[in-house]
Design a protein around this ligand. Sequence first.
Ligand code: FAD
Length: 442
Amino acid sequence: MSTRFHSTDRLTSWGRIVRAPHFVARPGFTDEIARLVSSFSSDDPGLAVGLRRSYGDSNLNPGGRVIDMTGLDRLIYFDSDTGIMRAEAGVSLSQALQVLVPRGWFLPTTPGTRFVTLGGAVANDVHGKNHQSAGTFGASVMRLKLHRTDGRPQEIAPGDPLFHATMGGLGLTGVIEWVEFRAVRVSSSEIEAHDMPFEHISEYFDLAASTKDAYEHSMAWVDCMAGGTKIGRGIFTAGNWATHGTLTPHQEAPRRRVPMDTPGLVLGRLMVRSFNSIRHDLKSMRTGPYRQHYEQFLYPLDAIADWNRLYGSEGFYQYQCVLPPETARAGTLRLLEIIMASGQASPLAVLKNFGPNPPVGLLSFPREGTTLAVDIRNRGEETLELMAKLDGIVADAHGRLYPAKDGRAPPGLFHAGYPKWREFRAHVDPGLSSAFWRRVSA
Ligand SMILES: Cc1cc2nc3c(=O)[nH]c(=O)nc-3n(C[C@H](O)[C@H](O)[C@H](O)COP(=O)(O)OP(=O)(O)OC[C@H]3O[C@@H](n4cnc5c(N)ncnc54)[C@H](O)[C@@H]3O)c2cc1C
């Protein structure tokens, strides 16, 4: 029997703020894609979705149809001499790593969760802790197969304008059937890491600049509850692949689960403050380099299966922006001052620097500069007001927000941050749409 769309009222994104009815089809074979995609039209547009790890509304099509691609999870081929892997778009990075790591290969770059599909990694042109050396995921993609609603599947590669619209193209240029990318060699499944505490945000910038060429991976946890002379204190963590050791992939299971939606109280101001202090004190006690498996170093949050439920039933936002080098120091300080004064911050504030690598996609989020990401529990108006203030700083600093994390920013901020958005719009398939796209392109 052919795969059909079934109604569900339970579809959410990772932030769990929008919960609206959808009609979902989950094909198990790639030969079903063309028929499903060609049933979409500009009057009744659809969207492909992966593991729904985007936080806001770019992976939602409320009231409309979506194709859940996670049933398309076959490896098509892997050449262990060249590191070239071709796999169906629903294959997760976690599954890909189970094949790559034992053979001495790794993903060219990876976001902070491995529960992301290849299709989702392309559609947001995701970045990792190694942007300065590796760029985005799109930089490693050699070819992909795309289905458009006019019924003509096509293979596209770097140099083709549709390819560069599809990298970071938010699923709007077509439905990706498979992705071919080039993995990178590793000699071990462990990272040699260093933790460097810093007492003020200005020290973060100094550390990031002075260590830029010494480490492949780097990021910082920032205590966004500390104010005054301690504002923006945190831990800078940097590392390189160990040059020898075993090639042991991560454990898929068991992972700890959150048994129920936890009332937002749990992440109240006091708890956040003490969590941050403890983290700061403990980490700053660690001396010298240490070795850590990539699972702990790259994916610390994946240890708990559904940590997003800790924010309670109202859900949460993640605010992620990037500010260019000229404005990053002053702008990040100002953002932290406002976040701190609001008392709405979570323990999960992260800073990373992006390198000058040219963007692969017309809408790729990374650009040279500093990115700040902070989770904010949804408290309705109060939270929207806070984020509107942050938007003002990002706009003044000529920065941009990450669509994968956004579910409410004003269209003007998107247009200012992504000057190529009109060029991108020419590549959008009229039969595909999302809540995000309707919001920002209106
Ligand atoms: C804990 C956590 C940490 C994260 N860390 C990072 C990070 O460090 N860096 C980073 O860049 N991102 C990060 N993210 C965001 C995440 O990497 C992206 O949102 C990613 O796109 C999610 O992939 P997904 O498979 O869940 O796709 P979804 O969220 O389901 O969809 C994302 C987009 O991909 C499109 N899409 C999915 N499959 C297809 C397909 N087959 N064809 C066409 N379009 C498709 C959808 O339409 C949508 O626009 C993080 C997310 C979480 C939850």
